[in-house]
Design a protein around this ligand. Structure first.
Ligand SMILES: Cc1cc2nc3c(=O)[nH]c(=O)nc-3n(C[C@H](O)[C@H](O)[C@H](O)COP(=O)(O)OP(=O)(O)OC[C@H]3O[C@@H](n4cnc5c(N)ncnc54)[C@H](O)[C@@H]3O)c2cc1C
Ligand SMILES: *[C@@H]1O[C@H](CO)[C@@H](O)[C@H](O)[C@H]1NC(C)=O
Ligand SMILES: *[C@@H]1O[C@H](CO)[C@@H](O)[C@H](O)[C@H]1NC(C)=O
Ligand SMILES: *[C@@H]1O[C@H](CO)[C@@H](O)[C@H](O)[C@H]1NC(C)=O
Ligand SMILES: *[C@@H]1O[C@H](CO)[C@@H](O)[C@H](O)[C@H]1NC(C)=O
Ligand SMILES: *[C@@H]1O[C@H](CO)[C@@H](O)[C@H](O)[C@H]1NC(C)=O
Length: 456
């Protein structure tokens, strides 16, 4: 009798707990932060599955960093300008690797479109999937705290100043990671009479006409901005230590490569090899930091400017698995990766699959972390997909049941990367056409479609 009572008591507790969990799974409230590629793709799938969600976006616009703004500094509402877009930007990946699943860039889009075309594509997506009505524009997320098994999200209307606090069951972070400059202060910078900016504030080449310009860094921004500014500058001095073997034979003669900077003085720059160059302007293409000012200790994460840990499958907060980060990967088809992560996250919220135990998720992360350690790599490499990109998509599909990202997209990225190293001036002349999930053709833009298709 006594045993039976206890058993029944447990039954009741279990039942109530299951009810709660069931209730959360059947009608969870989801907060999406940011309305760039990440926010839009998340919204699209959440909506398709009939999940209750809100997107909070601190500007008036969708599209995030793809909206060019000629201003630098702060916007009309006093917020630091989020966008890092510059006027002459063309994508560094070809069309098929910039598309969200099943939503094509228009046929007349160039192989490597400028930002205008891509920004329009993102606005079209918001319209096509009728997402805007789910977005609260001008709402800045100020804090996201875990208490009483919910996420307390505090946000503020940036014009009226009105504050809101809401409870959410799940948080999707889509605030991007190309906005907060990694801004080193150079030795002697205070003495230097010329201008120094970070690429976040670079907009157009005109101010550099007939000037001697030092560009520091050889990431995507450093390489692209060097070539653009070299068109107008009288001398382009490029300081970097990139191990990537760019073939620079195509570069103009007033482009000179130099090692790292030792210091600046009034008139120029001394490099670590002791050489000196007079320069008028400096553009720091030193990359961006991860920046989540709204997170606190309750997230359980360890945040540094170059790493966010521990994350399962490059996105799920292992300590609080009802929080995910979109697109926190590097060296990948970022848009394709975000789209797959948005589908994985939606499938998770929908209850299509459940995550492994915290212990198992920790083991996945620990294995990756140990491997980096053994190779002497920095922890920031934990976000690097590179040649693991296609295997990653395979894993996401195996675990969540989402449609597999076709392997052809990684193959195209790989070929594009090689073409870039060979010739930064011409890699955008190629048109890549997907034939099926595994194969594509590549041809030169000005040739007709049939004359010289090389099947890869
Ligand atoms: C110059 C440049 C060139 C690039 N070129 C390419 C390319 O060729 N190909 C490619 O695939 N990728 C490229 N990228 C990477 C680009 O970041 C991604 O394509 C994509 O824009 C990432 O989208 P996202 O939604 O993650 O972030 P973002 O586009 O940065 O959007 C984040 C959004 O979150 C909002 N937000 C931020 N904080 C808050 C807050 N606290 N509260 C509310 N809202 C907030 C912002 O206002 C913004 O709208 C480039 C990036 C830059 C900067
Ligand atoms: C979504 O959640 C909010 C907040 O709990 C609630 O007010 C609203 O009715 C829900 N909408 C739907 C369609 O369930
Ligand atoms: C800056 O340093 C270089 C190299 O040491 C030197 O030649 C130049 O005169 C210095 N400029 C000034 C203004 O001191
Ligand atoms: C979840 O599963 C259902 C049923 O199999 C499927 O129709 C749906 O597309 C899945 N959702 C996601 C986001 O994968
Ligand atoms: C290509 O991949 C998609 C998505 O995984 C799949 O649905 C489709 O069946 C594949 N097509 C072929 C021909 O294998
Ligand atoms: C076709 O294009 C490839 C690569 O661009 C080139 O190597 C080859 O010579 C071309 N062939 C013809 C017949 O034009």
């Amino acid at each position: 009798m006594y045993k039976r009572l206890v058993f029944c008591g447990l039954c009741v507790v279990n039942y109530i707990m299951c009810q709660n969990i069931q209730e959360k799974i059947s009608n969870p409230r989801v907060c999406v932060i940011g309305a760039g590629v990440a926010g839009l793709s998340s919204a699209r799938y959440l909506k398709e599955e009939g999940i209750n969600f809100t997107v909070l976006e601190c500007t008036r616009y969708v599209g995030g960093t793809w909206r060019f703004d000629p201003r630098v500094g702060t916007d009309e509402n006093g917020l630091p300008l989020h966008t890092s877009m510059y006027k002459h930007l063309r994508t560094n990946l070809p069309k098929p690797t910039m598309e969200l699943n099943g939503y094509r860039l228009p046929d007349d889009t160039p192989s490597f479109p400028g930002w205008e075309r891509y920004y329009k594509y993102l606005r079209d997506i918001a319209k096509h999937f009728d997402i805007e009505k789910h977005i609260q524009f001008l709402h800045l997320v100020e804090s996201v705290k875990r208490t009483d098994n919910v996420w307390k999200v505090k946000h503020k209307h940036v014009v009226t100043g009105e504050e809101f606090v809401e409870d959410y069951d799940f948080v999707i972070i889509g605030t991007g990671h190309h906005s907060k400059p990694n801004r080193p202060i150079l030795n002697g910078e205070e003495k230097f009479k010329g201008t120094v900016i970070h690429s976040h504030d670079y907009r157009t080449p005109e101010p550099y006409a007939h000037r001697r310009v030092l560009i520091i860094g050889a990431g995507p921004s450093g390489m692209e901005i060097s070539l653009i500014v070299a068109e107008v500058a009288s001398r382009l001095i490029h300081s970097h230590h990139s191990p990537a073997k760019f073939d620079t034979t195509h570069f103009p003669s007033h482009y000179v490569k130099r090692p790292d900077v030792k210091e600046l003085n009034e008139t120029g720059v001394v490099f670590v090899d002791g050489s000196f160059e007079e320069v008028d302007d400096v553009i720091l293409c030193t990359g961006y930091e991860y920046d989540y000012p709204f997170l606190d200790i309750s997230s359980g994460l360890t945040l540094t400017p170059r790493s966010v840990v521990p994350l399962y499958k490059y996105m799920v907060n292992i300590h609080e698995p009802s929080m995910v980060f979109m697109g926190l990967v590097v060296r990948a088809c970022l848009v394709v990766a975000i789209d797959a992560q948005a589908r994985y996250t939606t499938a998770l919220i929908k209850g299509n699959f459940t995550l492994p135990s915290k212990k198992a998720m920790m083991a996945e992360w620990q294995a990756r972390s140990d491997l980096l350690h053994a190779k002497g790599r920095p922890l920031s490499d934990i976000h690097l997909l590179a040649d693991k990109e296609d295997a990653y998509y395979e894993e996401l599909t195996r675990e969540s049941g989402i449609a597999r990202v076709p392997p052809v997209l990684y193959k195209i990225r790989d070929m594009d990367t090689k073409a870039k190293l060979q010739n930064l001036y011409t890699y955008r002349n190629y048109v890549y056409t997907v034939l099926d999930n595994e194969t594509f053709t590549r041809r030169l833009e000005d040739e007709s479609t049939t004359s010289n298709n090389t099947v890869m």
